[in-house]
Design a protein around this ligand. Sequence first.
Ligand code: SF4
Ligand code: SF4
Length: 290
Amino acid sequence: MSFKIAIASGKGGTGKTSISVCLQHFIKNQLTDKIQLVDCDVEEPNDLLFFPNAKKKKAHKLTQLVPVIDKSKCTFCRKCADYCEFNAISIIPSASIVHVNSNLCHSCGACLVACEHDAIKETELPIGQINFYQEENHIKLIEGELKIGSAMQTMVIKELKKYVDTANKIILYDAPPGTSCPVVETISDVDFIILVSEPTPFGLHDLKLMVELIKELNKPFSVIINKVGLGNHDIYDYLKLEQIDILGEIPFTQNFATQYAKGELLNNIPEDISDEFEKITNRLKKEIYA
Ligand code: SF4
Ligand code: SF4
């Protein structure tokens, strides 16, 4: 059985991607090479940027089934719209208008069942793809890539997770930022969540939202404070009050930020940062092998 860890943050720009990539690197070196990184940030997958030797092995196209209404058969009875829980169908009998909003459609098929006039068929719409990258003879990174203009983030993530190689001991999900449905889909089946935050007022605000969400899902979690040295002490006061564990603290250094910007995150990692990731990996070991 794989141990699944999600790395998440309540907002973008906290360093979630750099922490995901570094954790993959340190876990591989310290614990096991049976680890796979899964980039679930499907609107903007960029973990790949930090693996210059990874080769794309294959891609799997994803499509969504959406209904198409044949106006010549439609009686404008509105039954399909009433059946649709997602308000994806608009029927305006007085103007003879039928419209399916594919961005709202969840491909549940209820409207097809509802229609008694055989006026609805389904068609396939592309929503993105899953990319598989190999390095050192195994698929170490898979990513979901949402088609530009599609709003089917959650569906792409759900499909992406079907392709995770559970022969690996550890699966790391780099979650999308925020607290909406794509995040819930990402973290719903994981064994442990790492919340990445920064010691700023915005960072603390979004961390609190994430903590509320995770408490509702009843998942074990811990926090990595990134960019330590910026901001203020409020985040520490909050974590102490809420009795939330700090898994690690990554100091802010200009050099590391520059390396990130150049896609050279794993080259010459500064010693203080390297030491902290080694400690984090050791603490995670207790969760993974408990
Ligand atoms: S397939 Fe489901 S979600 Fe999509 S339009 Fe029909 S009823 Fe609505
Ligand atoms: S249920 Fe069928 S006939 Fe009625 S409005 Fe929808 S598509 Fe038209």
